[in-house]
Design a protein around this ligand. Structure first.
Ligand code: COA
Ligand code: MG
Length: 289
């Protein structure tokens, strides 16, 4: 999943717009973008939307961001949406693998009742300081877990910061730490690392630059808050034809030299990590093994 577009779950209009956005996944929100008084209505709208589109062909994956485990709202969220069969659930304010395991247990209960299986989990894992300290605990927590996302907005509120950016616009240190630990936590758990939203939704250049840095560092996708961000994210995270050609050449060089630990391609030494990287890139481009 390259682009994951947030859509407030109480807005029929935005849900329809989001469906046409080319996003790889929609993150239909029942949490922060829906006021307390509108939660019930949002649950109903979201469930109806899921039901309507569950069998649609070529649609984005449909994830629902429920309210956090500590809110007292999550069970009502799950009761309402699980019968409508979302592809996955987004867990906000996740604190480590134990929180994911807790959500997984709640999903299992509801799946058993409805004859379902395999609802995925995407955890937003850096929304408070405790979450940042728990980033190394996701390995093995649940085979439902497909990704870890980080975010700098709720974290700055938890810390009590005036801003999460420096005067030059770059993320300040605590958020860079959270970002880096998310990458490492996701890699150690064997799941996708997803970059934070870019909140300035009119600044396409800034978004593009942030996407490219994220991709360089190993993130495979980025969350969006506005449909206009989706094509930029999709383009930035899609492997280029040159990258695909290069990866094919690396894989072919190893295939031509069975048993070789190291080969030379275009004057460059390549060993096992290069092969793994090439195979991953091809898998993302849809031609992996
Ligand atoms: N999904 C689907 N459609 C969206 C959208 C989204 N995330 N954001 C904007 N749109 C639609 C608008 O409804 C509008 O359509 P319309 O003119 O037919 O009504 C169109 O895209 C252009 O929107 P624009 O005027 O540029 O922005 P806005 O002021 O209407 O909305 C936000 C700005 C931030 C309120 C809106 O982008 C949004 O709701 N984002 C998601 C917020 C969210 O889910 N946050 C939680 C995670 S951090
Ligand atoms: Mg939030």
């Amino acid at each position: 999943m390259r682009s994951l577009l947030f859509v407030p779950g109480d807005s029929v209009r935005k849900l329809e717009k989001a469906l046409a956005s080319q996003a790889d996944a929609l993150l239909i929100d029942l949490e922060d973008s829906v006021s307390l008084g509108a939660k019930d209505e949002a649950r109903a709208i979201t469930a109806a939307f899921l039901q309507e589109h569950v069998t649609s062909h070529g649609r984005p994956r449909l994830f629902v961001r429920v309210n956090g485990l500590q809110t007292g709202l999550i069970d009502a969220d799950l009761d309402r949406i699980m019968p409508a069969v979302p592809d996955g659930v987004v867990l906000p304010k996740a604190v480590g693998g134990t929180d994911v395991a807790q959500l997984a247990a709640r999903l299992s209960m509801r799946e058993e009742g409805a004859g379902l299986a395999g609802t995925r989990i995407l955890a937003i894992a850096t929304e408070n300081a405790a979450g940042v300290f728990a980033l190394g605990t996701f390995a093995g927590c649940s085979d439902r877990l497909v990704g870890l996302a980080w975010g700098g907005e709720d974290l700055s509120a938890d810390i009590g910061a005036a801003s999460n950016r420096t005067d030059s616009g770059a993320y300040a240190d605590p958020y860079l730490l959270a970002r880096t630990l998310t990458l490492l936590g996701a890699a150690s758990a064997g799941v996708a690392a997803i970059d934070a939203v870019y909140t300035n939704f009119r600044d396409m250049q800034g978004l593009d630059a942030e996407c490219r840095e994220a991709r360089r560092d190993g993130f495979v996708g980025k969350m969006a808050i506005h449909p206009a961000q989706v094509p930029i994210i999709n383009a930035a995270f899609a492997p280029t034809p040159e990258e695909i050609a290069r990866a094919r050449a690396v894989v072919a060089a190893f295939a031509d030299n069975p048993g070789a630990g190291v080969v030379g391609v275009d004057g460059e030494m390549l060993d096992r990590p290069h092969l793994l990287r090439a195979e991953r890139l091809l898998a993302r481009a849809g031609e992996g093994n």
